[in-house]
Design a binder for this molecule. Structure first.
Ligand SMILES: Nc1ncnc2c1ncn2[C@@H]1O[C@H](COP(=O)(O)OP(=O)(O)O)[C@@H](O)[C@H]1O
Ligand SMILES: Nc1ccn([C@@H]2O[C@H](COP(=O)(O)OP(=O)(O)O)[C@@H](O)[C@H]2O)c(=O)n1
Length: 211
């Protein structure tokens, strides 16, 4: 079974994808980390994220970088949304994600374009969302827990800027696939959101089996 989980920053898609991976015993790929690794490489090499050639030159990163805590910072998230708008960067990361999705036994991937581009034939698709304010509060609390002191207003502004770039780009913009189940986690606890996600997956599986 392939499960596609998409949604904007801090909507809870990673939390849900990891819980689904445990529930269904499937391998999970956080595709945002790939774009974050490109961004971190651009920053480290002092390159320009707006220049497509600079961003493409940073796509050959070492996989060890994917475990680096630095990738989770807000600075890297912002630059990730700049490099990810370049079509050649998306092309460079495409096969790796498709291979992961198509591995024997199935997989779960979360990101922005999983249900639309990476795995359009996924068995189940979820689009996870929450209001910008609630997403900012969650990310702010997460950053605080990791000792990063930044104002809630700055986190909200960053989230809005990233939403804008991710939804407006011409290549693989952030949007719900027409056959995705939309899950608004704004007023759900993590447990309820995961429970709802499992219900949606089961419903889509059943519909596929009969349909
Ligand atoms: N339904 C929820 N209620 C409260 N907090 C949540 C919920 N879902 C996720 N979180 C928290 O919000 C933060 C961002 O969640 P995450 O799953 O990393 O989002 P995303 O992968 O969409 O960026 C994490 O600290 C996570 O624990
Ligand atoms: N499949 C994906 C995943 C991430 N991205 C880009 O990478 C950035 C970081 O993604 P992420 O999933 O790590 O970010 P969060 O939602 O965890 O904050 C996003 O803002 C997108 O610009 C993308 O374009 N396509």
């Amino acid at each position: 079974m392939i499960i596609a989980v998409d949604g904007p920053a801090a909507s809870g898609k990673g939390t849900i994808a990891r819980a689904l991976a445990r529930h269904y015993h499937l391998p999970h790929l956080d595709t945002g980390l790939l774009y974050r690794a490109v961004a971190a490489t651009v920053l480290r090499e002092d390159l320009k994220p707006e220049r497509e050639a600079d961003a493409v030159a940073s796509c050959g990163f070492d996989d060890l970088l994917l475990a680096d805590e630095y990738l989770r910072t807000d600075e890297v998230g912002q630059v990730a949304s700049v490099v990810s708008a370049h079509p050649l960067v998306r092309a460079a990361l495409l096969q790796r994600q498709k291979r992961f999705a198509l591995q024997p036994g199935g997989a779960i991937l979360d990101g922005r374009d999983i249900g639309t581009v990476i795995a359009p034939n996924a068995d189940a698709k979820l689009f996870v969302k929450a209001t910008p304010t609630i997403r900012a509060q969650r990310r702010h609390a997460e950053l605080k827990k990791h000792g990063v002191m930044v104002s809630l207003n700055k986190v909200l502004a960053d989230i809005r800027a990233r939403d804008e770039r991710d939804t407006k780009r011409s290549e693989a913009p952030l949007l719900a696939a027409p056959d995705a189940a939309v899950l608004d986690t704004s007023f759900l606890s993590i447990e309820s959101a995961v429970q709802k996600a499992i219900e949606f997956v089961e419903k889509q599986r059943a519909a596929r089996a009969t349909g």
